[in-house]
Write a protein that binds this ligand. Structure first.
Ligand code: DQA
Length: 147
């Protein structure tokens, strides 16, 4: 079974309570539960993790080299600031899809630029928790094509 790391960045542990008008009402636990169920239907397996600190996210990405075929990554606020996470995504040589719950292009200027997006195979934003779901569907096709 092909395994995908679903990696959530800082403050996403607060989903459900955090600005629900922007990020929705689902908790992270509920999102992860739905992703696990959809993944099973797609013949994939997901391992979900959330970290608030940059170093923990670097460690999780590096470890994924040993077991994952790809990463669905919401770097959250670090998307706009982190050279370290960009370097890690480049270094691990796994396909990574960047996701955002909100449409970052329609928000403040500083959110419109991601340091990480250019080293990802694609970006999905603006569909709430379904951004993650769309990324899993994308991975199914991408991994099948890669064999
Ligand atoms: C986010 C968008 C980021 O700009 C923000 O810092 C987040 C969440 C999203 O999923 O919409 O924490 O990544």
């Amino acid at each position: 079974m092909k395994e995908i790391l679903v990696l959530h960045g800082p403050n996403l542990n607060l989903l459900g309570k955090r600005e629900p008008e922007i990020y929705g009402h689902l908790t992270l636990h509920e999102i992860d539960r739905r992703l696990a169920s959809v993944a099973q239907d797609l013949g994939l397996q997901v391992r979900s993790m959330q970290f608030n600190s940059e170093g923990d996210l670097v460690d999780a990405l590096q470890s994924a080299r040993d077991w994952a075929c790809g990463v669905v990554f919401n770097p959250a606020g670090y998307s706009h600031t982190s050279v370290a996470l960009r370097d890690t995504v480049s270094a691990i040589q796994l396909p990574v899809i960047e996701v955002h719950l909100s449409n970052v292009q329609a928000r403040e200027e500083f959110r419109r630029h991601s340091l990480i997006a250019p080293v990802c195979i694609g970006v999905i934003a603006g569909f709430g928790w379904r951004s993650y779901l769309l990324a899993l569907h994308a991975f199914k096709g991408v991994l099948e094509e890669r064999g």
